[in-house]
Design a protein around this ligand. Structure first.
Ligand code: MGD
Ligand code: MGD
Ligand code: SF4
Ligand code: MO
Length: 699
């Protein structure tokens, strides 16, 4: 028997904890934490401990599958690739490159993502390439790019232990970035002040020195009032602003009336606003962490800009223990953005619209590149509905469960001439595909992930891929070859990384051996900073001076009304991840929490005659689902909340697709719903049952 231990990185969230995979004769027998890992420091959360369940053989797709009128049948790789190649070629011939596109995966490696955008741009000749960052931190990328010149976490996880005040703004780290949530709890116990701004009473809110339980979507009203308080009292860092920022005068003018109606809009009284403004501006080092409570609004980009304004006027960016820190969500969402899996940028955020950048990539890849800007992921769905977008290659995402407005999303996918899905298991999206490809999981391939603090870490192969599964860049290369291109013909993952690093300035001094030597390297890592960068913007910003940009409150798209009297927000639960396709394979995680759940305040439950754990129906303008009520004081009256992990009761049946005008981020954090009790003892019908009864959308 051959026993082996492989050190690698957790495949779930952006914390990027260090795992050891213990194998015996090509079987994964256990997972343990890496004791000396710089972020996780010998710990894992329950998902990390359960990661072996997520990739075990149960339910794994082992061979290519092709749709027939009677369901899927097994096919050889040759046949699957021929089918894909012919269908792609036909759409390209008939409608040109804007009719095809790729959705890549923030769960896959940097090498996979680099390959995906290269296939789109250099082979398919389209900039139609996107991924889940669109509906996650795209407002961060767009907002911080404008204000600071770089859309990433400015500081490092270790700074949690080197700060005086932590502000958690619209994030729930003990559930979603559990190891960092634990660090925050520990720092707070040791004396670091903690302020939480969240409409729900999260675990950290219960422990915090202050909890500002604002109304959903009122972030800018609150932040502008904080900035006004700071300026009125001369609590700003004038020296810092003078030396490093521009735009104070218009910002001051824009916030001058910020108190008007603010108590009503936000639900927070002026005394509390004053107290928070004082604490944040007076702290010698204060860190802001933020998440989906900021980004998932039609005002997402402006929300990010507002937070950046707040940090800048107080001089809280550019030193250890400070900063504006987006908690990037997926294990490799930072990397998928860095790799250019976005319709407007090449690797390293080099703009497609910039002629010099296009020339650079065109020269390196020895081919002409498309000029026309690409479609976003939801833009591809929209174009599928009107027939102008016809062929989609998608991997490592399950938009039927995770995109807003499920019925519309299903309809859009059903219109495609060709849908290729590469997955580990048969997700709801894979079930709609024409061709399903078996993908290798993180444990079965090598490459790199970039965590939320910009740390590029080595993912090492511990197992052979099961059945005929292949790594993502390998099957992407096979599609390129099928189309007559050798653009993706690398010898191994290290060769992909070398090509990428040579073209990506912030990765330019990185290599696999150098990454291993340092237990991961934080970008920018170039000739000037060969060992990486823990704190961004220490001396200057990539755009020279930081920009203070006035922004004004925008109302949420859909408020509660007589017909839909409650506001629904969506959140995550510690024990499940994304669409649930990996975590729900673990009996240990599955027993922790019943599927579905609608969190509702006791007063609303009483008014509606709903008992704790009783079955309920939830309706919005877009859909209907059934689940169980969880009566909880953690929600204020008028607000209900649902997780989105459960395909039986997917909250995206209900959510609103209204979008941020800058980034096309949908408003996943607020929509109007009506809740009704179901007869006592009735078992809530699953979405599959409801679709079968009502004739849901099929392919
Ligand atoms: N266990 C687990 N962990 C995960 C994930 C998972 O699915 N499961 N997913 C990963 C991914 S992809 C991501 S992006 C991250 C997301 O991590 P978070 O950003 O923490 O995600 P959410 O729980 O969706 O939303 C955060 C909070 O925003 C609050 N909120 C809603 N509206 C507002 C508002 O108007 N203002 C403010 N200030 N707050 C508001 C909600 O009440 C909620 O507590 O988690 C990652 N980690
Ligand atoms: N209502 C509501 N909806 C939301 C959100 C919300 O807060 N509320 N949050 C949004 C956010 S922030 C995000 S990021 C999205 C996430 O949405 P998705 O990206 O669709 O979610 P995941 O569950 O991470 O899906 C990833 C899939 O990748 C597969 N996978 C894992 N590793 C690999 C691999 O190496 N290769 C391949 N080919 N496949 C792999 C897994 O099996 C899984 O099925 O959801 C969004 N949807
Ligand atoms: S905190 Fe995130 S990276 Fe760490 S073990 Fe949990 S899911 Fe994995
Ligand atoms: Mo995310």
């Amino acid at each position: 028997m051959v026993s082996q231990t492989t050190t690698t990185i957790c495949p779930f969230c952006g914390v990027g904890c260090g795992l050891n995979l213990h194998t015996e004769d090509d079987r994964l027998i256990s997972v343990t934490p890496q004791l000396d890992h710089p972020v996780s420091r010998g710990q894992l959360c329950s998902k990390g401990w359960s990661s072996a369940y997520g990739v075990d053989l149960r339910g794994r797709i082992l061979h290519p599958l092709i749709r027939t009128p009677r369901g899927f049948r097994q096919a050889s790789w040759d046949e699957a690739l021929t089918t894909i190649g012919e269908a792609l070629q036909q759409v390209l011939n008939e409608d040109g490159p804007m009719a095809v596109g790729i959705i890549s995966s923030a769960r896959a490696t940097n090498e996979d993502n680099y390959a995906a955008q290269k296939l789109a741009r250099a082979v398919l000749k389209t900039n139609n390439i996107d991924h889940c960052a669109r509906i996650c931190h795209s407002p961060t990328v767009a907002g911080l790019k404008q204000t600071l010149g770089s859309g990433a976490m400015t500081n490092s996880a270790a700074d949690i232990f080197e700060t005086d005040l932590i502000v958690v703004f619209g994030a729930d780290p003990t559930e979603n970035h559990a190891i960092l949530g634990g660090h925050i709890m520990r720092a707070h116990l040791a004396g670091t002040k903690l302020i939480v701004v969240d409409p729900r009473r999260t675990r950290l809110a219960k422990l915090a020195d202050m909890h500002l339980q604002l109304k959903p979507g009122s972030n800018i009203a609150l932040i502008n009032a904080l900035i006004k308080t700071i300026l009125d009292n001369h609590w700003q860092d004038s020296e810092y602003i003078e030396a490093r920022c521009e735009g104070l005068v218009p910002l001051a003018a824009a916030v001058a009336n910020a108190y008007d109606g603010v108590e009503r809009t936000t639900g927070i009284d002026l005394e509390t606003i004053r107290e928070m403004a004082r604490a944040y501006s007076k702290a010698s080092r204060a860190m802001i962490f933020y998440g989906m409570g900021i980004t998932q609004y039609v005002s997402g980009t402006n929300n990010v800009i507002a937070l950046s304004n707040l940090a800048l006027v107080c001089g809280q960016i550019g030193r250890p223990g400070t900063g504006i820190n987006p908690l990037r969500g997926q294990n490799n969402v930072q990397g998928a953005c860095d790799m250019g899996c976005l319709p407007n940028v090449y690797p390293g955020y080099q703009a497609v619209a910039d002629l010099a950048a296009r020339d650079k990539f065109s020269h390196a890849w020895k081919t002409a590149l498309p000029e026309q800007p690409g479609l976003t992921s939801l833009g591809m769905s929209k174009a599928a509905l009107d027939g102008s977008f016809r062929a989609l290659i998608l991997f490592g995402e399950d938009p039927v469960i995770t995109d807003p407005d499920q019925n519309q999303e299903r309809l859009a996918l059903s219109k495609l001439d060709l849908l290729v899905v590469a997955e580990l298991t048969m997700t709801d999206t894979a079930r709609m595909a024409d061709v399903v490809l078996p993908a290798a999981s993180f444990a079965e391939k090598s490459g790199t992930f970039t965590n939320c603090e910009r740390r590029v870490q080595h993912v090492r192969q511990a197992l052979p891929p099961p059945g005929e599964a292949r790594g993502d860049w390998q099957w992407l290369a096979a599609i390129a070859r099928q189309l007559g291109s050798d653009q993706l013909d690398w010898s191994d993952s290290e060769a992909v990384f070398r090509e990428m690093a040579a073209l990506t300035p912030s990765y330019s001094a990185m290599s696999y051996p150098h990454i291993d030597e340092h237990c991961g390297l934080q970008w920018p890592c170039s000739a000037e900073t060969p060992d990486g960068t823990a704190v961004l913007h220490s001396n200057s910003f990539p755009i020279g001076r930081a920009r203070l940009i006035p922004v004004h409150p925008t109302e949420i798209d859909e408020s509660a009304d007589a017909e839909y009297p409650l506001l629904l927000t969506t959140n995550r639960l510690h024990f499940h991840y994304g669409c649930g396709s990996m975590t729900r394979k673990s009996p240990l995680l599955e027993r922790e929490i019943p599927p579905g759940l609608l969190f509702i305040n006791p007063a609303d439950a009483r008014d509606l005659g709903i008992l704790h754990r009783a079955p309920v129906g939830v309706r919005s303008r877009r859909g209907y689902l059934e689940t169980c009520a969880m009566v909880s004081e953690d929600l204020p009256p008028g607000l209900v909340s649902m997780p989105y992990h459960f395909r039986e009761a997917p909250s995206n049946q209900l959510t609103n697709n209204a979008q941020d005008p800058v980034t096309k981020m949908p408003e996943l954090k607020a929509c109007a719903v009506a809740v009704e009790p179901l007869p006592p003892g009735r078992v809530p019908r699953s979405m599959d049952q409801l679709n079968a009864e009502q004739g849901g959308i099929e392919r």
